[in-house]
Design a protein. Structure first.
Lengths: 100, 471
């Protein structure tokens, strides 16, 4: 395969993953009771904190002052999203316990 | 990329899916959060560059020091936010974290776009579209979340509209789409940077314009929607950076967030379009509902309520946002424990949209150590409401408004409610006669079997606890 066709093949493959993930996302939460809506929203909010990875990659490559500053801000934002998100969700959920 | 890393990426994706799966059942929810966090940690360790080489195995440069510093700053901000926030302010915190994520997604997309556009080989149309989408949606999510945060903090709660807003929004949207088209084709042009900045600015403005007209009561739906937006922006970033974990995680959040948004709207019996654009159609029409309220308001004193409660067989508590505002959840638990000791059967009736977020009441009551098997969802408790002796409505309003059943002209007609009016005696605890968030009168307050206990919910509840103990 040429590089171009390999690239096109790779793009089709990631689109394939994307489409399947849409259905998985809908399927896994279809039976959630309303009492868990807030923790679920908070938990998925933490999961999209994976944008931290993107921030790390662009900051690692940054070579001008502007890109370094913007990349740094992205890392701080992403890090706050992912760590704060998981911690706040855990704090919510540790209170869900049955009467002993 | 070595095949070990590729296999570990599959593990990361599975951990995310299992995490969300576990999060949707009360028994496993906490574990689910930890499973997802473990997936995140593993993903971070095996993080790869675009060319597939490990990020951490490169030579250490100054930028890596910056990465560590930035991550630690974010960690501190996140930890302070997560552990200092009051349980009542939880929705705001989620909105804020979501906004930060959206902002990060937009920044990453912008930098990727610029880098690709200025590289020798240029940007493929596929990546250009993905990056423009992520910039657009990420910026919108960032500014929209901040407005949602402000609204939940009690600033600019009311829907804000002005004449021609629809037309302005439509025009902005057209300009945005035009710019996207231009940038996809001319990503390398010298005017591209300017066009890109205008695009990002308009997207930020559009986020504000989209959320401003929506009332504070609908913020949960908005946050859920913006949450799924951020997820999609992250997935788009994943395409450019070629990170499968980001694509999977972002898409999962995008699709499950969209479903969650629809579930919330369904609980309110309103289509999404009505939540997002409802303020435009209904200007001025709702105030007229005040007329035609039959009956009178009958106030009651705490001592009398205490007697009713102490000698009841079955008591149902209907909590609402007023309970959250008054921080009354601990006093409620004290009261129900006191009643439990006397052999009164106490349950909580939870409306799916009570409070400022679905599940808001559950979180608050859980904080106050109310066992979650005492919390009954609306559909399960409604059929037995006519066998309830006393129904204690604490700071809830619209979710117990019988107009949803009886008054076809009411804006909330058709919304499922808790049938508080079916019980023998209904005690409504309220600060004043002000209307609920929907801004409409509540016929429940005028019913023959309803008594009003005015005052701050926490103070009233403490008086009730003392009176029940004494009786």
């Amino acid at each position: 395969m040429t590089i171009e066709s390999l690239q096109a093949y790779n793009q089709i493959l990631v689109l394939f993953i994307f489409v399947l993930a849409i259905f998985v996302g809908i399927e896994v939460i279809s039976k959630v009771p309303s009492m868990l809506h807030t923790p679920l929203m908070s938990g998925t909010n933490a999961i999209h904190g994976i944008i931290l990875f993107g921030g790390i990659l662009v900051l690692a490559d940054a070579d001008t002052t502007l890109t370094t500053v913007l990349g740094f801000v992205a890392v701080v934002f992403g890090s706050a999203n992912v760590f704060g998100g998981f911690m706040v969700t855990d704090r919510m959920l540790q209170m869900f316990k049955k009467k002993k | 990329m070595s095949s070990t890393i590729a296999l570990l990426l599959i593990v990361v994706s599975v951990l995310f899916i299992l995490g969300i799966k576990f999060l949707s059942s009360p028994k496993t929810a906490r574990k689910g959060n930890l499973v997802a966090a473990a997936g995140m940690l593993l993903g971070l360790i095996i993080l790869c560059n675009r060319d597939g080489s490990g990020v951490w195995s490169h030579g250490w440069t100054f930028n890596y020091t910056l990465i560590v510093i930035g991550t630690v700053i974010g960690l501190i901000i996140g930890a302070i936010g997560a552990y200092s926030v009051k349980m009542t302010a939880m929705p705001q915190m989620v909105a804020l974290f979501n906004g930060l994520g959206g902002g990060a997604a937009a920044l990453v997309a912008s930098l990727e776009f610029m880098r690709g556009a200025h590289s020798i080989e240029g940007l493929t149309a596929f990546i250009a579209v993905a990056m423009l989408f992520a910039t657009l949606i990420g910026s919108l999510s960032f500014s929209g979340s901040i407005i949602a945060y402000l609204k939940l903090e009690g600033k600019c709660e009311k829907p804000m509209t002005f004449p021609g807003q629809n037309i302005l929004n439509g025009l902005i949207l057209l300009v945005i789409l035009g710019l996207c088209g231009y940038l996809t084709v001319n990503s390398g042009a010298s005017s591209a940077t300017m066009a890109f900045l205008v695009l990002a600015g308009l997207a930020l403005f559009f986020g504000v314009a989209m959320v401003m007209p929506i009332g504070g009561a609908d913020m949960p739906v908005v946050i859920s929607l913006l949450n799924s937006f951020t997820g999609l922006a992250v997935a788009a970033d994943g395409f450019a950076i070629n990170n499968t974990a980001m694509i999977v995680a972002g898409t999962l959040v995008g699709s499950s967030g969209t479903l969650l948004t629809l579930l919330m709207c369904k609980a309110m019996n309103r289509p999404v379009s009505n939540v997002l654009f409802g303020a435009f159609g209904s200007s001025g029409g709702t105030a007229a509902a005040a007329s035609g309220m039959a009956g009178t308001i009958k106030p009651i004193q705490a001592d009398e309520v205490a007697l009713l409660l102490a000698y009841a067989q079955r008591v149902v508590v209907v909590p609402g946002y007023g309970m959250a505002v008054a921080q009354a959840q601990h006093s409620v638990r004290e009261l129900t424990e006191e009643l439990g000791k006397r052999g009164v059967e106490v349950q909580f009736a939870i409306h799916p949209v009570a409070g400022r977020m679905p599940g808001h009441m559950n979180v608050l009551l859980a904080e106050a150590n109310v066992p979650y098997d005492q919390l009954i969802e609306m559909e399960q408790i409604n059929p037995s409401m006519d066998r309830v002796d006393v129904c204690l409505v604490i700071g809830a309003n619209d979710v117990v408004n019988p107009a949803a059943h009886e008054d076809k002209s009411s804006p909330i007609y058709g919304m499922p409610i808790i049938d508080a009016d079916h019980c023998k005696t209904c005690i409504v605890m309220k600060r004043s006669m002000a209307a609920g968030f929907a801004g409409i009168e509540n016929a429940l307050f005028y019913k023959d079997n309803t008594r009003m206990l005015f005052g701050d919910a926490k103070a009233s509840l403490n008086a009730l606890v003392a009176a029940v103990k004494a009786s």
